[in-house]
Design a protein around this ligand. Structure first.
Ligand SMILES: [Mg+2]
Length: 304
């Protein structure tokens, strides 16, 4: 593993000699960042999201237990394992540490070999957990986000943009005459078609924050944060065109001799006292309009 890709360990320890020792012992295997107090630890963790944290309980400013609670309350950091380091060895401290959300506990003086073994174990657990999470979020057929993770992302962006007052757009995407496609080419053919539509849709997105997910069956949905209707219509047209140029033959289609898409876009400025259901319903309505106007097209509207 190249140095750049090695897991990172955040060492939070105020005793300079111990901090230097830990850095020397662990630095051959992992990328190391250090902090000598709680405030710096929280700032650093928020900045670069470590893979694991070694956390001294006795710190000069914030108590290590409090640092742990704050780390665990940040959604980006809640699953980062925390190993407490402490000179105190009473069972009560151990219970305090675990109640604060810590994952493990090592008493000083520290045995480097034991510490390294524990770190490896926790990193491995985290990797397995991350992989399970990734699978749970993904649609097996297309590799796109599934509906559940789309709903999570949508709710998160809704709340974020309700604070900043910026627009949020969604595009509902439907493969035209897909039932006929399956009837003609079989379900295996249908699956291949959906995979190609997924790849093409994804390739038409322009910004890193834009996401396309499988919404169910032959329906996909795109989430475009900080995007006005005009921008969303440009993306919708790009997705439509990206699939059209594939010219996937569809001899039973009444719209074109190949696979086409209908798309419905909607845009709004999220309000804190509302939820995204109205935005999705508006996009659905536009999709319906695109269908009834002849398919193979995009329609969109702003939602007041
Ligand atoms: Mg200390």
């Amino acid at each position: 593993m190249s140095e750049r890709n090695r897991p990172s360990v955040l060492i939070v320890e105020d005793e300079a000699a111990l901090q230097a020792l830990l850095r020397a012992v662990l630095g051959s295997e992992w990328n190391i960042k250090t902090a000598a107090n709680g405030k710096t630890a929280l700032d650093l963790a928020g900045e670069f999201v470590p893979d694991i944290v070694l956390l001294d309980i006795g710190l000069p400013d914030l108590d290590g237990l409090e640092v742990c609670r704050q780390l665990k309350s940040d959604p980006r950091l809640e699953h980062v394992p925390v190993i407490f380091l402490t000179a105190r060895t009473s069972g009560e401290d151990e219970i305090d540490g675990l109640q604060a959300g810590g994952n493990d506990y090592i008493a000083k003086p520290i045995n480097p070999a034991v510490l390294k073994a524990r770190i490896r174990t926790h990193l491995e657990l985290k990797q397995n957990r991350d992989e399970l999470l990734r699978l749970a979020r993904t649609d097996g057929l297309t590799g796109l986000y599934n509906r559940r993770s789309f709903d999570d992302l949508l709710n998160r962006e809704w709340r974020r943009l309700a604070r900043t007052g910026e627009p949020l757009s969604v595009i509902m995407i439907d493969v035209d005459h897909f039932k006929l496609y399956n009837d003609t080419y079989g379900h295996g053919g249908g699956d291949l078609c959906l995979q190609r539509v997924a790849r093409a849709s994804e390739s038409a997105l322009q910004r890193p924050a834009d996401v396309v997910a499988r919404y169910g069956g032959e329906e996909f949905v795109a989430l475009l944060p900080e995007t006005k209707l005009e921008g969303a219509m440009a993306v919708a047209e790009a997705i439509r065109a990206a699939v059209a140029v594939l010219e996937i033959p569809h001899k039973a289609s009444q719209t074109a001799p190949h696979i086409t898409l209908s798309l419905g876009a909607a845009c709004t400025i999220p309000q804190p006292d509302q939820n995204p259901a109205g935005l999705l319903a508006a996009a659905d309505k536009q999709l319906y309009a695109a269908k009834s106007e002849g398919r193979n097209r995009a329609r969109g509207s702003d939602v007041a």
